[in-house]
Design a protein around this ligand. Structure first.
Ligand code: E4P
Length: 215
């Protein structure tokens, strides 16, 4: 499973990239707004740090507007993948962009039928929002499983990008199901790494190292 980092914070991206654990980045307007910086400036910085797919979302909701924004974003850097919302106009935009060779990440997926149609339209990635489904007492992971199965059944090449991941169990389950990618916030990436026995073990080794006589 590939791991993308789900943030627009360049320091978080630098930190995860330095550990060598991320294959790409996803952003959305809420994440970019949190940085307090202009959208394109943020994207330029991210493209300098990570050599992998970088999702950048359009804000238009009509076909013409989405295609126009997408073309501008795609021209900025070869690694930009354009995020398009899962609405009828969005799927029309995905079809056009796919035909032009522009990669898309179809976002805000909450049902298998939406995911099937996004794949038919030619989406490069589909983003099921696990955490937001769990938030309303649904089962977000079941959607990931359904999408993986549907795409496998029919040889659809759209990649399942597990999104809205809130904790390590989401990441483990997504990888067991066979999601192609999981996009994970910086805080959760660090949680994936954390183990109390590692910390206790290291503390003991360092304490014992001090008892070793100098040679
Ligand atoms: C994915 O691309 C989205 O940016 C993100 O995963 C949404 O996560 P949230 O539901 O925690 O906001």
């Amino acid at each position: 499973m590939q791991i993308f980092i789900d943030t627009a914070d360049i320091e978080e991206i630098r930190d995860a990239a330095a550990m060598g654990v991320i294959d790409g980045v996803t952003t959305n307007p809420s994440l970019v707004a949190k940085t307090g910086r202009p959208f394109q400036e943020v994207l330029v910085d991210i493209c300098e740090v990570v050599d992998g797919p970088i999702s950048a979302e359009v804000v238009a909701t009509d076909y013409e507007g989405m295609v126009k924004e997408a073309r501008v974003l795609a021209k900025m850097h070869e690694n930009i993948v354009v995020k398009i919302p899962l609405i009828p106009e969005g799927l029309k935009a995905v079809r056009t962009l796919t035909d032009e060779g522009i990669r898309t990440n179809v976002t805000l997926c909450f049902s298998p039928t939406q995911g099937l149609l996004a794949a038919k339209a030619g989406a490069t990635y589909i983003s099921p929002f696990i955490g937001r489904i769990d938030d309303i007492a649904g089962n977000g992971m079941e959607l990931v499983e359904q999408l993986v199965t549907i795409y496998q059944n029919y040889g659809l090449t759209t990649q399942v990008l597990a999104a809205s991941i809130r904790h390590p169990v989401h990441a483990v389950q997504a990888s067991l199901i066979g999601a192609d990618v999981a996009t994970i916030p910086h805080k959760v990436i660090l949680q994936l790494l954390k183990h109390p026995l590692t910390d206790i073990g290291l503390e003991r080794f360092l304490a014992d190292a001090k008892k070793i006589p100098a040679g």
